[in-house]
Unconditional design. Structure first.
Lengths: 197, 304
């Protein structure tokens, strides 16, 4: 099932009042939206306010979600409007746009650096975070648990309530999805050797 | 994926560090507020539906409503949810997103197809099929045809038929039940039926007295109903490679690249839901490549 189908399925459950679906919606999207909003409003309280308004507006408008784009993309569009409203109401100018945007903007920004440009470590981190946020299901979490927390496959399986073999399969799919998404952001010329850790 | 790529991903993820999280109390406050808003919205929707339902009931009582009763679904409401409807094509009372509980019997009209999320995978149901979902991993096929596309990591499912139980071993397969026999065609992996194992490209036919096996194609017209039952594909944000992989899975093909490697990662745009065939035409046209199907191979290359 691709992301849009999974999202339509989640929204259908939400519209029927499925409490587990609400938890899934919140757990999956609060973090990415908060990370989207925070650098744009440059204030944790403001980010909280913007994300709360975004999600409240979204649950009121759920029936209008058609699944034509990923749910996170739809929520991000609402979040952009809420950020604009936030600055309009305070008669303030938004800060400069951040590179850690959705994928088309990342691509555009990276292309503007030129093929020979050295990609700054901070920007790599931002792109990695956006890519992890946009991977399906728990792929992003699984990759962080594996490579940052150093969990074993068995420990990841336990967290995901999966059999170890299923967790191993999920990690394989997560790595494939990460590679595809990251290459889409950086262009097909990327390879790991260019990254200076 | 080779070890170098794995190492690169590990390096990148470590380099980036953990994604920043909001403080737990912030998340908790937002969750409470949004949950209240969501529950209020659902209550308003239900109120509106009750109003509509009352009007419909009144119309029915007056003899105005004529129900067409071809596809029937009965549900044991106390049973656990074991599957959800992904997509429905044709005349059916099933709706996308609907939860299905253990014990539910699905009766599809001859002109209907459906796709369910079941056991973490997809189960396609052909026209004229009667199927009972016993649990998250067991179903009983009473007539018609189903196709299961599983994942080796998910553990097996079992389909009961009057001719024996079909047990999968991480696979994609079709089960078609007739009056005199059950036929199992395997696209990928393996299945077992009454002690006989069939692997990819094989067909088992079991009557009451015997089980026979022969080679079959894993693609072609005989499999086309599975594609018709599939949820639509949306190209937006997907790479050409990803779309072609999904199309190939639907059609039982293997993708072969004959040149044109530089466009595999091209990102596609388009928000119209498409069938697998439409997606294949649209994606290759958008990427400026040509394709042809030879046997079980989908060959993609430069336009000559």
């Amino acid at each position: 099932m691709n992301i849009e189908h999974a999202d339509r399925f989640l929204v259908a459950r939400l519209l029927r009042g499925d409490e587990e679906a609400f938890t899934e919606l919140f757990d999956r999207h609060f973090g990415p939206l908060y990370r989207f909003a925070l650098p744009r409003v440059a204030d944790e309280d403001a980010a909280e306010e913007v994300v709360q308004k975004t999600l409240c507006r979204a649950v009121r408008k759920l029936a209008t979600y058609r699944g034509e784009a990923a749910l996170l993309t739809w929520l991000t569009t609402i979040c952009r409007r809420e950020i604009a409203t936030y600055f309009e109401q305070r008669k303030k100018e938004p800060p400069m746009i951040d590179l850690s945007d959705d994928l088309p903007e990342i691509r555009a920004a990276l292309e503007s650096l030129g093929a020979e440009a050295t990609v700054q470590r901070r920007e790599v981190a931002r792109v990695v975070h956006v890519v992890l946020d946009r991977l399906p299901g728990r792929y992003g979490d699984a990759l962080e648990w594996k490579y940052i927390d150093g969990l074993t496959v068995a420990e990841i399986a336990e967290r995901l309530t999966l059999a170890p073999k299923a967790a191993e399969s999920l990690l394989t799919r997560a790595r494939d999805a990460f590679r595809d998404a990251f290459r889409a952001a950086y262009g097909s010329g990327w390879n790991g050797a260019e990254v200076d850790a | 994926m080779n070890d170098n790529e794995k190492d690169s991903i590990a390096t990148l993820v470590r380099l980036a560090g953990r994604r920043p999280e909001a403080a737990a109390e912030r998340a908790g406050r937002v969750k409470t507020a949004v949950a209240d808003e969501w529950r209020a919205t659902i209550r308003r929707r239900r109120g509106a539906r009750i109003g509509v339902a009352a009007a419909v009931a009144a119309a029915s009582f007056a003899g105005v409503l004529w129900m067409r009763s071809k596809p029937q679904t009965t549900t044991a409401t106390a049973a656990p949810i074991v599957a959800r409807v992904q997509a429905v094509h044709g005349e059916s009372r099933l709706i996308a997103g609907q939860a299905l509980r253990a014990g539910v019997q699905l009766d599809l009209a001859e002109n209907a197809f459906a796709s369910l999320q079941w056991h973490g995978a997809t189960l396609r149901i052909g026209g004229g099929t009667r199927l009972t979902l016993e649990s998250r991993e067991v179903a009983t096929l009473r007539r018609g045809a189903v196709y299961y596309a599983g994942d080796a990591g998910l553990g097996g499912v079992t389909l009961h038929t009057v001719f024996g139980d079909v047990r999968d071993i991480g696979t994609r397969f079709e089960v078609r039940l007739g009056e005199d026999a059950v036929r199992v065609r395997v696209r990928d992996g393996a299945v077992e039926l009454r002690g006989t194992t069939a692997r990819a490209g094989m067909e088992l036919v079991a009557t009451r007295t015997a089980v026979t096996q022969r080679a079959v194609s894993t693609s072609g017209d005989g499999w086309s109903w599975i594609e018709r039952a599939a949820p639509p594909l949306v190209l937006e944000g997907q790479t050409l490679e990803s779309v072609l992989r999904q199309v190939a899975e639907e059609k039982g093909l293997t993708v072969e690249w004959n040149g044109a490697r530089d466009v595999r990662r091209v990102l596609l745009h388009g928000e119209v839901p498409l069938s697998a065939t439409e997606a294949l035409d649209a994606a290759t046209a958008a990427a400026g490549v040509a394709y042809r199907i030879e046997g079980d191979r989908l060959i993609v290359g430069d336009r000559s």
